[in-house]
Design a protein around this ligand. Structure first.
Ligand code: LMR
Length: 334
C-alpha cells in the first residue's frame, strides 16, 4: 500500500510535471500550414502526418494548424502570405515558384523529362534538388523537403489522342512558363488559373481542359466535368515544402531539431503513399464512368514526344542550360 508520504511525493512530482508541460500547452508555437488541395491527397495526408509527429515530438510545444483546400489562401496569395509571415509553412507545386523569381523550379515541368518516380528521385535527392532549394534563401524562404504527387493526365471535353487534337483548346495551367510553352507547342491556348477555380471553369466552359495527376483530378471532382482524358504521363506535379526563413531560424534549436525529425518522417510517409493514392484515384474515376480514359499507343506517344520535346530547347534559357545539362546527366539523357 502507498504511504501518505509516497502519495504526497507522487502528487508533488505530478504537479511539477504539469507545471513544466503547461507553459508549452498554454502558449505553443503555432505553425500555420496552408495548402490548396483536398485532405485526402498525398500532400493533404503528408501535412496531417507532419502535424501529428511535430506535436508528438515536441510534447505539444508546437501546434500545427493545417488549412487545406485554399481555405486560407489561393496559389499566389499563399506565397505572399508566407513571405509576410501570415503563415509559416506551405507545400506549393514546383510549377508555382516562377512568380517568386525562382523559375528554375520549372525544370520539373519539362515534358517527358522524367520517366517515373525513380527518375524523379534522382533529381529531388541529388544536387539539382539541393541547389534548387538553396535558391529560395534569398527570398526569405527555406526549403525543407520534396513531397511527391504524380505524373499528369491530360483532360478535355473532346478526345485528345494526338497533338493535333489540342488545336485551339483552352487549357488551364499553373503559373509556369514551361507549361505555357508546352500548351503552345500543342497549339492549345494556355490559361493560368488558381487551382481553387479550376472545377468551376471546367464546368462552365471557361476552359476546355487541363492537366493533373489523377489524385488531384479525382479529389476536385474534375472527372465529373471532363468527358475525355489521356494517360499521357507527359509531365510531373510535385511539391517543395517551404517555411518562412526568419520564423524557422528563430526557433529554439532543440525544438527545430524535433521538427526536422517530424518533417523527415512525414516526407518518407508522403512519398511512400503518392503512387498508391494516384492509382487508387484512377480506379475510382474509371469506376465512376464519367470520363473516358485513353492509353497512348506507341505511335501516339511518339507523336506527343516529337511535339513536346522541343520545349526543352525553347525554354532552356529560362531554367538555365547548365541546370538542364546536370539533370540530363543524372537521368542518363544524351
Ligand atoms: C495545381 O494547381 O494544379 C496544383 O498545383 C495543385 C496542387 O497543389 O497539387
Amino acid at each position: 500500500m502507498l504511504t501518505r508520504r509516497t502519495l504526497a511525493r507522487l502528487a508533488g512530482a505530478a504537479a511539477i510535471a504539469l507545471a513544466t508541460a503547461l507553459p508549452a500547452l498554454a502558449n505553443p508555437v503555432v505553425i500555420k500550414f496552408s495548402h490548396v488541395v483536398a485532405p485526402d491527397t498525398p500532400k493533404g495526408k503528408g501535412a496531417l502526418k507532419f502535424k501529428e509527429l511535430a506535436e508528438q515530438y515536441t510534447d505539444g510545444a508546437v501546434s500545427v494548424e493545417v488549412y487545406p483546400n485554399s481555405q486560407l489562401y489561393k496559389d499566389k496569395e499563399e506565397l505572399e502570405a508566407l513571405q509576410l509571415g501570415a503563415v509559416q509553412m506551405l507545400a506549393p507545386s514546383l510549377a508555382k515558384f516562377g512568380p517568386l523569381g525562382v523559375q528554375q523550379f520549372e525544370i520539373f515541368d519539362l515534358p517527358f523529362l522524367m520517366n517515373g518516380y525513380d527518375d524523379l528521385r534522382k533529381i529531388t535527392d541529388g544536387e539539382v534538388g539541393k541547389s534548387l532549394l538553396g535558391m529560395l534563401e534569398d527570398k526569405g524562404i527555406k526549403g525543407l523537403a520534396y513531397w511527391d504527387n504524380g505524373f499528369k493526365v491530360m483532360s478535355a471535353n473532346s478526345p485528345i489522342h494526338t497533338p493535333d487534337d489540342f488545336l485551339g483548346l483552352k487549357m488551364r495551367i499553373q503559373s509556369s512558363k514551361i507549361l505555357e510553352a508546352q500548351m503552345q507547342a500543342l497549339n492549345a491556348v494556355p490559361q493560368v488559373m488558381a487551382f481553387s477555380e479550376v472545377y468551376q471553369a471546367l464546368q462552365t466552359g471557361v476552359v476546355d481542359g487541363t492537366e493533373n495527376p489523377p489524385s488531384n483530378m479525382f479529389t476536385q471532382k474534375m472527372h465529373e466535368v471532363q468527358k475525355h482524358a489521356t494517360l499521357s504521363n507527359h509531365g510531373y506535379l510535385g511539391y517543395a515544402v517551404i517555411v518562412n526563413k526568419n520564423f524557422w531560424e528563430g526557433l529554439d534549436p532543440a525544438l527545430r531539431e524535433k521538427l526536422d525529425r517530424a518533417m523527415a518522417e512525414a516526407t518518407v510517409y508522403a512519398n511512400s503513399i503518392a503512387k498508391e493514392e494516384n492509382d487508387w484515384a484512377m480506379e475510382q474515376m474509371k469506376a465512376a464512368g464519367r470520363t473516358q480514359f485513353h492509353e497512348l499507343s506507341e505511335d501516339e506517344r511518339a507523336e506527343w514526344v516529337e511535339a513536346l520535346r522541343p520545349v526543352h530547347d525553347q525554354t532552356a534559357s529560362r531554367i538555365g542550360p547548365d541546370l538542364i545539362k546536370q539533370a540530363y546527366t543524372v537521368l542518363g539523357i544524351e
